[in-house]
Design a protein around this ligand. Sequence first.
Ligand code: FES
Length: 83
Amino acid sequence: MQAAVAANMAGIEADCGGLLTCATCHVYVREPHASQLPPPSADELGMLAFTAAERRPNSRLSCQIDLTQALDGLTVDLPASQH
Ligand code: FES
């Protein structure tokens, strides 16, 4: 989420600044990286219930993804709307 906001990428609203209270950083993570991410926490799962767009099996809140070297090349798709 921070990388997207720093790059002024449209579509990542991140209204709460990463405090896990808005779900406006919703993304769909593509494979092979989706299955390499740690599972969502209970709090992230709770917020994923409030995404504006359809929740999919690869839905994640981007503010909860810690970028590491292993995630180099991570690709996400954005929902049509975050609100
Ligand atoms: S930025 Fe608000 S939940 Fe991710």
